[in-house]
Design a protein around this ligand. Structure first.
Ligand code: PMP
Ligand code: GLU
Length: 398
């Protein structure tokens, strides 16, 4: 038999998706597992958005659309970027895709040649290095420090840039650390971007999920680098629309055109009905709904932080945005429990899942090996259950 793709042997399956599916399957099998895996808000999608989709179906808006997206959504995205992020785009500079994940992949396809380097600060979201490899570029991982909330400094970026660097990926608020770059930090990064001429893929999917009065700042709004920035966002997190699969990017015209060309040969337009729903999300005056969700995430964040502070030996990054807690578990490694030896954070996550029915994601997938990511996008009742189990499980190990 002929071999399958060689490239894929160097690519990991998405850990977040894998563990999410595993926890879901256990639940379907009747096992009382609490899943802190995927960052998926537990709220229903707001009713006005659902109504827009139902209306679209009833009006037979069920056919292909323009590859780039329906005109009213392109316009609404351009207006959203202006309103929320101070980014100036014509609708022609917007590309609507099947989730922000797809927008990120299209962005990389649009700018990378074989062998180009893409700077990715670690801890990173699981898919960045793998997507980079999929487009035949080379991920250059920059290790950041927990002492700096895992934020990349301008000098770290400068050091990582070579002749071959094509781009860097910036994720603020960050998945998995919950760190939020300040305006000053972004401006300092922008200086390096400007002088080096690299592109920035700015993943702003958690833009609306920030706490403690912080405000998200878009690097693309810095005039000196605006033509070097591809801004990626979507409706999954802000409007609890993960399953609808709508993401978008805004960029310099030729970049958007290149990404649009890629998409035209791979998937064509994003789902027509979901585009109508995304339009309703962006134009529906849903700020109240969004802030109610964020307030609830904040309540859960406070709950988890205060509970985790009571677990001796558990260290974590105080999350300022998104809905994850990233915890260092080194004090629980090289210990035994119920006859099994726990050597790595991966072993610990396996132990937590199989013996204590709490599903988490090990840091290995995020480029941080002694760490574990826990999502608090799930219900408070689930979080309470998870905390009790974690107290017990980690107590046995410490
Ligand atoms: N970027 C980050 C950092 C994410 O956590 C996610 C969540 N899946 C995405 C992009 C992709 O979001 P979407 O559901 O819109 O594809
Ligand atoms: N972004 C979410 C997460 O990191 C969903 C899973 C995924 O798309 O990989 O959990």
């Amino acid at each position: 038999m002929r071999p399958l793709s060689k490239k894929l042997s160097a690519i990991e399956r998405s850990q977040t998706m894998m563990l999410f599916a595993r926890a879901k399957k256990m639940k379907a099998d009747g096992i009382d597992v609490v899943s802190l895996t995927a960052g998926e808000p537990d709220f229903p999608t707001p009713q006005t958005i659902k109504d827009a989709a139902i209306k679209a179906i009833n009006e037979n808006f069920t056919k292909y659309t323009a590859n780039q997206g329906i005109p009213e959504l392109l316009k609404a995205v351009a207006e959203k970027f202006q309103r929320d992020n101070n980014l100036r785009f014509e609708p022609s500079q917007i590309l609507v895709s099947s989730g922000a994940k797809h927008s990120l992949y299209n962005s990389l396809q649009a700018i990378c040649n074989r062998g180009d380097e893409v700077v990715i600060p670690a801890p990173y979201w699981v898919s960045y290095p793998e997507m980079t490899k999929l487009v035949d570029a080379v991920p250059v991982i920059v290790k950041t420090s927990p002492a700096n909330q895992f934020k990349m400094t301008p000098s770290q970026l400068k050091k990582a840039i070579t002749r071959k660097t094509k781009a860097m990926i910036l994720c603020s608020p960050s998945n998995p650390t919950g760190a939020v770059y300040t305006k000053e930090e972004i401006l300092a990064i922008a200086d390096v971007v400007e002088s080096s001429g690299i592109y920035v893929i700015s993943d702003e999917i958690y833009e609306k999920v920030v706490y403690d009065g912080l405000k998200h700042f878009s690097i693309g709004s810095v005039e000196s680098v605006r033509d070097q920035v591809i801004t990626v966002n979507g409706v999954s997190k802000a409007y609890s629309m993960t399953g609808w699969r709508i993401g978008f990017l805004g960029a310099r015209g030729d970049i958007t055109e290149a990404a649009d060309k890629v998409q035209s040969q791979i998937t064509s337009n994003a789902n027509a009905i979901a585009q109508k729903a995304a339009y309703a999300a962006l134009c529906g005056n849903l700020d109240g709904e969004v802030s109610a969700m964020v307030t609830e995430f904040d309540r859960r964040r406070h709950f988890l932080v205060s509970e985790f502070q009571k677990i001796a030996g558990l260290e974590f990054i105080y999350p300022r945005g998104a809905f994850y807690i990233f915890a260092n578990v080194r004090n629980f490694l090289n210990k035994s429990a119920n006859g099994s030896r726990i050597k790595t954070a991966d072993d610990l996550c396996e132990h937590l899942l199989t013996k204590h029915l709490v599903a988490t994601v090990p840091g290995s997938g995020f480029g941080a090996k002694d760490w574990v990511r826990m999502s608090y996008a799930c219900s408070m009742a689930d979080l309470q259950k998870a905390v009790e189990r974690l107290h017990r499980a980690l107590g046995e190990l410490s």
